[in-house]
Design a protein around this ligand. Structure first.
Ligand code: UD1
Length: 420
């Protein structure tokens, strides 16, 4: 049954949370398991809806997938299927991550085009151009990317116009089984991508330059299954850090990796937060009203676009004026209209949002448009006077395991309500 979240604002969040493995890594690791016949086990997997969607996709491709809350094992057949259907791809864009592994391993893939979504039109041109440069034939037909490379892929020099995370992942997972050497220039450097690279290396791949803009991949003829533990989720960690700062709370985030969040934590410090390292994570405290902070989103190591809704929410109640510039997804300001419903003063002009902080927001019904916008609205609800209802909260459950329950444990007044 569809749900919404009902929040009564005002609580200062205090306590401890544990951060799970990263959604944006675990889903890619699951897709990359297709590269080797046999049983791969992935640990520290988040208990979220998208993992179930990827499990369903892999099952339809002929894999036997067994899930427990934090572990998934994928037994890959000798010859998996090659088609990722539209009903799954439209639910979860990460489904396109099967493209590279399938073309590399079985020489054939048909993957539905994901189309636009609530954060902007997200092309696949880099993915397709890169696969073609590796020797695949690819074209669009009836809403699907049809790619084939019956004779196998051949290593080459690739250059990405923008360090796209998804394109780097698809090309990396294709190149590991290509003949010869592939270089990817202007590759994405996100920690999730480093995790994927380390996973591939543990399967027998030969990759140099992980975490730098140049990846060098020496193709091998075969990979073997592996066991791997997913890197912790920096976006979930960052969300808790913003939650502590906005509610003037005190949250200890077990498993949070400060090294993956240098710029967001620096920004929070300039907003007035006190951030300290703990034995296994970080602690974020805030005494006073936050000071406003200017932010420009950029590919890693820049400020992550996935934390942009949180920084807009923080600025909405901060002392001062701020400008937030979105450089990664042009459609990502859509949720700003929802924040305005809560009384935020925000003007959007192209890819800049200017925000004048108010003392307090005022609870109202709002709707989540995507995972991160949904989390940003919940944080705004926590600092609003009165009741905020966040509709379409399934978006949040796609990325944040047990978000409402974890917030309750920190003292928030938040409940799930069924929508009839
Ligand atoms: C991933 C993350 C998402 C995050 C984003 C940027 C997952 C499941 N999602 O998305 O949460 O916000 O990285 O950190 O991991 N582009 C093209 N052509 C292409 C590919 C991308 O023009 O072929 C453009 C996109 O439209 C966008 C930009 O490049 O403007 C960045 O996209 P990309 O890095 O590919 O994001 P995703 O991998 O889709």
């Amino acid at each position: 049954m569809p749900e919404r979240l009902r929040i009564v604002g005002g609580a200062r969040l205090r306590g401890e949370v544990k951060v799970c493995g990263a959604k944006n890594s675990a889903l890619k690791l699951m897709a990359a398991a297709l590269l080797a016949q046999g049983k791969t086990t992935i640990r520290n997997v988040p208990d979220i809806a998208d993992v179930a969607t990827m499990a369903e996709l892999l099952t339809r491709l002929g894999c036997t997938v067994v899930r427990s809350p934090h572990e998934v094992s994928i037994d890959v057949p000798e010859k998996p299927g090659h088609r990722a259907d539209y009903d799954l791809v439209r639910k979860m864009r990460a489904s396109i991550n099967v493209l590279g592994p399938l073309v590399a391993r079985i020489g054939e893939a048909e993957v539905a085009l994901p189309g636009g979504d609530a954060i902007g039109s997200r092309g696949l041109d880099f993915h397709i151009k890169g696969l073609e440069a590796l020797g695949a034939k690819a074209h669009n037909e009836h809403g699907y990317v049809m790619a084939s490379a019956p004779g196998g892929l051949v290593g080459t020099e690739l250059f990405l116009d923008f360090p796209s995370v998804g394109a780097t992942e698809n090309l990396l997972t294709a190149a590991v089984l290509a003949k010869g050497i592939t270089t990817i220039e202007n590759a994405a450097r996100e920690p999730d991508l480093v995790d994927l690279g380390e996973f591939l290396i543990s399967m027998g791949a030969k990759i140099e330059g992980l975490g730098t803009p140049t990846l060098v991949i020496h193709g091998v003829s075969q990979l073997h299954p592996t066991t791997h533990s997913t890197i912790s989720d920096r976006i979930v960690t960052g969300t808790w850090a913003f939650a502590a700062a906005m509610t003037r709370g005190d949250i200890t985030i077990h498993g949070g990796r400060a090294q993956d969040l240098e710029i967001p934590l620096e920004k929070l410090t300039s907003a007035g937060a006190i951030i300290t390292s703990t034995a296994d994570g970080i602690r974020v405290r805030m005494e006073n009203r936050p000071q406003s902070i200017d932010v420009a989103t950029l590919p890693y190591p820049g400020f992550p676009t996935d934390l942009q809704p949180m920084v807009i929410s923080l600025n909405a109640i901060a002392d001062g004026n701020a400008i937030v510039t979105e450089n990664v997804f042009e459609g990502r300001f859509m949720f700003v209209n929802e924040l305005i419903r809560l009384g935020a003063h925000i003007n959007v002009d192209g890819h800049h949002a200017s925000i004048r902080g108010v003392e307090q927001l005022s609870g109202a019904p709002v709707a989540a448009t995507d995972i991160r916008a949904g989390a940003g609205l919940v944080l705004a609800g926590l600092v609003s006077e009165g009741v905020t209802v966040v509709e379409d909260s399934f978006h949040i459950d796609r990325g944040y395991p047990h978000f409402a329950e974890q917030l309750q444990s920190l003292g928030a007044d938040i409940t799930r309500e069924s929508v009839n």
